[in-house]
Design a protein around this ligand. Structure first.
Ligand code: PLP
Length: 263
């Protein structure tokens, strides 16, 4: 393995950017990241899929920009964040690190009307669109100098009434509305099913997500609809077997988190 350059240091990271848990050193972080890539490749092989067809989103919420830069230097391009204020600080600070120039930032936290402006200005992707109202706000607030914001509709595959995400029968109508918004680019769907320890149960849930994705592709075309965001640390294998094109992995790369209570 090639030696890694010294990591950048930061003067006074604000509290929301400072890592909550133990800071893994760069070598450990890189090792874990490589192990996740190997898991993805292995799962792709089993599913007779091309590993290049599965994007790894490194979910860096609660972890430092320093860890993000370390992985970016190794070739990790996409980073996922949930907490808008934390994310905005990191994305702004990242601008002073040249390796971060072509990083892609994905918003995977719940959207709130009073934060859509930040999302529209700072992120490249949003995975958690569930309301036309939010889509319209993002569309209006997306700055003209940036490319259209890539969006995914979050789908409620569990079908529980209290679960986040759009009900199955409402996905297509919402998708068609989003297609009319010029500053957004609809790319597909995202799912966040309740965790189950059983592989077969994980697979069944992910197959529902795949079915929604496939029906959207049929309606709107496979060039337009190319992203199925599905699978996390504990169920990425089942998600890949079911057809996921993007897995969102935090814990297996960065370690355990202490989630903040505030946003
Ligand atoms: C935190 C988070 C993840 C990452 O979860 P891990 O289990 O740590 O891999 C993925 N997706 C969403 C929406 C998240 O909030």
């Amino acid at each position: 393995m090639k030696s890694t350059p010294p990591s950048p240091s930061f003067d006074t990271p604000s509290p929301s950017v400072a890592p909550k848990g133990a800071i893994p050193n760069a070598a450990v972080l890189i090792q874990r990241w490589q192990a996740v890539k190997a898991r993805i490749a292995q799962a792709a092989l089993k599913a007779a899929r091309e590993p290049q067809g599965i994007e790894l989103l490194a979910v860096s919420k609660t972890f430092s920009l320093q860890d993000i830069v370390t992985l970016k230097e190794q070739g990790q391009r996409c980073f996922g964040e949930n907490y808008i204020q934390e994310a905005v600080e990191k994305i702004e600070s990242a601008k002073s690190f040249s390796p971060m120039k072509d990083a892609q930032w994905h918003c995977i936290g719940p959207l709130q009307s009073n934060k859509t402006k930040w999302v529209a200005q700072c992120f490249d992707w949003v995975h958690t669109l569930e309301q036309l109202k939010h889509a319209q706000r993002l569309n209006e607030q997306r700055p003209a100098h940036l490319p259209p914001l890539n969006v995914l509709i979050q789908v409620n595959v569990d079908e529980g009434p209290t679960k986040a995400g759009v009900q199955l029968q409402e996905v297509l109508p919402l998708a068609k509305e989003i297609m009319g918004l010029g500053r957004l680019r609809l790319r597909g769907v995202m799912t966040l099913p309740d965790f189950s320890p059983e592989f077969d149960a994980q697979l069944a849930m992910h197959q529902r997500g795949q079915a929604v994705f496939a029906s959207l592709q049929k309606e709107l075309g496979e060039v337009q609809i190319d992203t199925l965001s599905m699978g996390m640390t504990q169920d990425l294998e089942a998600a890949i077997v079911a057809g996921s094109t993007l897995v969102r992995v935090g814990t297996a790369i960065f370690g355990g988190r202490t989630e903040p209570t505030q946003d």
